[in-house]
Every structure is written in C-alpha cells, then in structure tokens.
Design a binder for this molecule. Structure first.
Ligand code: PRP
Length: 179
C-alpha cells in the first residue's frame, strides 16, 4: 500500500469483479440500442477502460473534459467545457462513465448539455457514489460502490493530480492534504 494511504476502501480485485458485473448488466440493457459511452476526463480513464472490456455489444467511445467554476470556496455548479465530444450524439443512447459522483453538480450540467444535443437517452454509470455529498437531485443508474464522505484517491481519482495511477481506491492520510 502507498505510504500516503490510510486505508484501502475498494480493492483492485473488487473493482475488477464489479466491472465484470456492470459490463454484463449494461450489455443486456443496451442490446439493440445505439450506445455511446462518454467519459468525463480525467478521472474516468481507468474505470472506463476496464468497464468497456466487459461490454459485449457494439458501442462507441467519446470523451468530454469539463471543469467547475468556483465562486469563493463553494462550487457554483457552472461548468466550462474544455473539450467537447468529437461526434454527434443526436438520437444516440448515451451512457456517461464517471469515477465518482459527489455533489452531482458536474453530472447534472453535463446531462443538460447532452440533452440539448439531442441524445435519445442519457444514463450514468459511476464506480463510486458518495450520496452524503449530494446537493442536487441525481441518482446514478449504475453504481459500483457506495462510499462514505472521505477523501479518496486512486483508480483515476486524484489529489493535486497525483495518485490517479493507484490500482485501488484508498483514503488519503489527512497529513498529506493539511500540510
Ligand atoms: C471529479 C469527478 C467528477 C466530479 C464529481 O472531477 O471525476 O467529474 O469531480 O464531483 P461532483 O459530483 O461534486 O460534481 P474533477 O473536476 O476533480 O476532474 P478530474 O476528473 O480531472 O479529476
């Protein structure tokens, strides 16, 4: 275990197993649909990479990069699009892949944007859900693990851009982000 990690919350093995399960469910639910899996950069990368290997139906992959505007200490809920989708999603069945849903603000805005683009359906798959952090009305359609309100990193999740490469999700030691 990395020296900055207090405890492992979700092991590499548990994530691998969950990707197999979610992939099977999504393959079933989207058969005969025009599936486009959209990753929100950068945190989504390990999860979307492992998940789509277990989706057995045809799909296309696309990515968006968005960042939240912060007014003072609280997020305003506005998001800026740094990189938009490469292809049209009009009439497509969109599945957004996220590493974590916390306040839900990012996802809510992105879902509104995709709706304006004319997607036929818009659903969300997230590896982690932190429901205690939620400030908007949003329930992911597919969830890997529900986690408590702790500072987690790894498997795509960062602190100051580090730790994304850890193969598990762990709680960061307080001393790392309070020093
Ligand atoms: C993280 C995460 C989600 C969002 C969740 O992204 O990947 O997109 O925050 O938070 P919310 O539910 O409170 O909106 P971040 O903006 O840190 O960018 P990153 O993926 O590049 O780390």
């Amino acid at each position: 275990m990395h020296q900055d990690i207090k405890k492992i919350l979700v092991t590499q093995e548990a994530i691998e197993q969950k990707c197999i399960e979610l992939g099977a469910i999504i393959s079933h639910d989207y058969q005969d649909k025009d599936l486009v899996v959209i990753g929100l950069l950068k945190g989504c990368i390990p999860f979307i990479s492992d998940l789509v290997k277990h989706i057995s139906i045809p799909l296309r992959l696309d990515y968006m990069s968005v960042s939240s505007y912060h007014g003072g200490t609280a997020s305003t809920g506005n998001v800026r699009v740094n990189k938009d989708l490469d292809a049209s999603v009009t009439g497509c069945d969109v599945l957004i892949a996220e590493d974590i849903v916390d306040t839900g603000k990012t996802l809510k805005k992105v879902m509104e944007m995709l709706s304006v683009k004319g997607a036929n359906s818009i659903k969300v798959v997230t590896l982690l859900d932190k429901p205690e952090g939620r400030v908007v009305d949003l329930i992911p359609d597919y969830t890997g693990f529900i986690i408590p309100k702790e500072f987690v990193v790894g498997y795509g999740l960062d602190y100051d851009e580090y730790y994304r490469n850890l193969p598990y999700v762990g709680v960061l030691k307080e001393e790392v982000y309070t020093k």
